[in-house]
Ligand binder design. Structure first.
Ligand SMILES: C[S@@+](CC[C@H](N)C(=O)[O-])C[C@H]1O[C@@H](n2cnc3c(N)ncnc32)[C@H](O)[C@@H]1O
Length: 295
């Protein structure tokens, strides 16, 4: 039997995090308030001031993240006066100056994005998920996110050419090498850095909710059971809900009490686990509850 905690706190993450010790969390995953986008809802920051607003919070993230932990930032620059603003690019540069390593950029392809027509651009169907680390030796559990090999294997691996049975370096000079023959007989492969996920459409209480699959993928990739996860801009609590369901502890912070209430409603602050708790989401889910004993 073990205890699982899901703690939702109200306040500005800048202040709330000051009460946490150094090197506490294994993963920080969040989508911050986007520049200006939801000013009426929770006080937006203008695109020009965004980096200055973000940096002191990122300093706290850096402090509370374990050396082998990971910070995943879901963000997308908005269009200002007909062009993409550069605050995300500027933020990446400043975060590197703060000491973060910009390890990777994942693309979240929103496969159900609304059709639309604009005079000067097409519909926006992707967002960045930027990966930052404190050190080059961070924890990563790649096998936890393996995907079915897919039909290409049936045709591509059926007849191997001479370059397929040796390690063959990329002809475009990318530095990547591959040995296709290694994949014969396997039914799973490692995924790419493009995540094809639908946006959340069912949540009317918060306009920017994560689809469960997004934090789930990163939580599986960068943590194991009983680890601690932080979402400093937790909104209606998706990250904490997913973390709990995957047997991870979490802390979620939101500045607005109404979101804190929504998030608290989704998780149990403390659970005693009798056995594995992997089941569909929602604390009112009967199937899941049968497998848990709450304190
Ligand atoms: C994009 S939303 C996050 C949505 C979340 N991923 C979800 O699935 O519901 C950003 C959230 O940050 C909160 N917020 C804005 N400024 C904050 C601050 N300084 N500290 C903590 N939360 C803040 C907002 O109230 C909002 O709910």
């Amino acid at each position: 039997m073990r205890t699982l905690e899901s703690i939702i706190k109200q306040g500005d993450c800048l202040e709330v995090l000051q009460k946490y010790p150094d090197n506490y969390f294994d993963l920080i995953i969040t989508s911050p308030p986007y520049a200006d986008c939801r000013a009426k809802l929770y006080g937006g920051t203008s695109p020009d001031d965004y980096v200055e607003w973000f940096l002191p919070r990122a300093e706290q993230f850096f402090r509370v993240l374990k050396p082998a932990g990971t910070f995943v930032l879901n963000i997308k620059e908005k269009v200002v006066k007909g062009e993409r603003h550069t605050y995300v690019i500027e933020l990446i540069i400043e975060l590197r100056r703060q000491g973060w390593l910009w390890t990777e950029e994942f693309i979240w392809h929103k496969k159900n994005c609304h059709p639309g027509k604009w005079p000067n651009r097409f519909r926006d169907a992707w967002e960045r998920c930027l990966q930052f680390n404190k050190t080059r030796k961070f924890k990563m559990y790649q096998d936890a996110v393996m995907v079915p090999m897919g039909d290409w294997a049936k045709t591509r691996l059926k007849k191997l050419g001479e370059n397929d049975v040796i390690r063959f370096n990329s002809q475009v000079g990318s530095g990547f090498g591959k040995n296709i023959a290694n994949w014969v007989g396997r039914d799973k492969a490692y995924p790419s850095n493009v995540l094809h996920l639908a946006t959340e459409t069912g949540n009317r209480n918060h306009g920017a909710t994560f689809p469960h699959d997004l934090p789930e993928w990163f939580i599986k990739l960068f943590t194991k059971e009983d680890d601690w996860i932080l979402d400093p801009f937790v909104g209606c609590g998706t990250v904490c809900e997913v973390a709990q369901n995957l047997g991870r502890n979490s802390v979620g912070i939101d500045i607005l009490q109404e979101y804190v209430d929504l998030a608290r409603d989704k998780v149990n602050e403390k659970e005693m686990l009798l056995c594995e708790a992997i089941a569909p989401y929602g604390k009112n889910n009967k199937k899941r509850n049968n497998r848990l004993h709450r304190t």
